[in-house]
Design a protein around this ligand. Sequence first.
Ligand SMILES: [Zn+2]
Length: 198
Amino acid sequence: MSEEGNLASSTSNGYSSEMPCKKRDDYLEWPEYFMAVAFLSAQRSKDPNSQVGACIVNSENKIVGIGYNGMPNGCSDDLLPWSRTADNKLDTKYPYVCHAELNAIMNKNSADVKGCSMYVALFPCNECAKLIIQAGIKEVIFMSDKYHSTPEMIAARRLFDLAGILYRKFKPKCSKIVIDFDSINSRPSQKPLQVTSN
Ligand SMILES: [Zn+2]
């Protein structure tokens, strides 16, 4: 046994109580992680104009539902329109597409999502607000509110306010997260996740 080992650094269990290597302190924090999951999920969307993801989290910081905007199950996204404008509304995506919030709720892997928080890229529309309220979700954290003045968003806020649903804009501690698949084969100093601070 080394001299240091006698200085209360080794235990009868045979391991050192001294930390041989400090844990990382630049790990991703929960809120950034959940919003990043929502954004990563959005990359599954076939919508050429708008990719939105949502991530539902319970009180134990466990993800219980993820979704992105897309056509309903069994309805080919090659046969339905993706246009935003057309002479006939039936030739636009709007009557058909399922929003990320709807899909995240329907994809839940828990019995329900009561009391959960939803991380979502865009502030929810009125139709999604109804679903969020009825599902029992208590808080919405959104990245962008770019359609703030549209009737759909005004109605959504009205519903949220009446139902007591909290909503707030996400203020990320980092502006960019880049995933590098090759980093797993590289030196420990090379990070799989490149986080760009604000
Ligand atoms: Zn919606």
